[in-house]
Design a protein. Structure first.
Ligand SMILES: [Fe+2]
Length: 183
């Protein structure tokens, strides 16, 4: 399974460009986490890239979301551990997060939204000037990017990362692909 093939199937199943950008951002954070934690960068990156491939196909049905995604990922050649991480990232199934990959995807997913929102409130709407400390401040504002679950982001502790370090890593990873993200 190559990254190009993975992106092709994402483009075949997802129309919403913002959703594709969310998956690219998740990929970037997952790659950075894999490097930091000495894990398989390609496996972690592609898991992040694929994790929401079924969102449009499942049309908001949370009992189907991520089950279909895990099936699609397996058909594309994803390993069992990748499919499991995708499956359990949707809490609606109540499947425990067991492996570091499961846990990493779960906390990386909402971090993208918080960082995008931190860029969009800036006058130039760019990621370039966003700092980790400004994102940390926003984290404390309940109503800021309210959809980005603070509780879920804080689960970075389960992969051994302090919140500040996790945010700095995620921010840097997204800044590296800012152009692709249109930010
Ligand atoms: Fe997601």
């Amino acid at each position: 399974m190559t990254r190009d093939e993975t992106l092709d199937s994402i483009r075949a199943n997802v129309e919403n460009e913002n959703l594709i950008k969310h998956m690219l951002a998740t990929e970037a954070i997952m790659r950075a986490l894999a490097i930091k934690l000495d894990q398989d960068e390609e496996e972690w990156g592609l898991t992040g890239l694929l994790h929401d491939i079924d969102v449009e196909l499942t049309e908001g049905d949370m009992s189907a979301h991520s089950k279909l995604g895990a099936d699609i990922a397996s058909e594309l050649g994803a390993s069992e551990s990748m499919a499991h991480a995708i499956l359990c990232h949707n809490e609606a199934h109540g499947i425990p997060h067991e492996t570091p990959l499961d846990k990493a995807l779960f906390c990386a997913d909402p971090l993208t939204g918080l960082i995008v929102a931190a860029a969009l409130v800036r006058p130039n709407k760019k990621l370039a000037g966003v700092t980790a400390s400004s994102v940390m401040k926003r984290l404390g504002e309940k109503r800021f990017a309210a959809g980005a679950s603070r509780e879920q982001i804080a689960k970075c502790s389960e992969i051994g990362l302090e919140l500040e370090d996790f945010i700095a890593l995620g921010l840097e990873a997204m800044q590296e692909i800012a152009e692709e993200l249109g930010l």
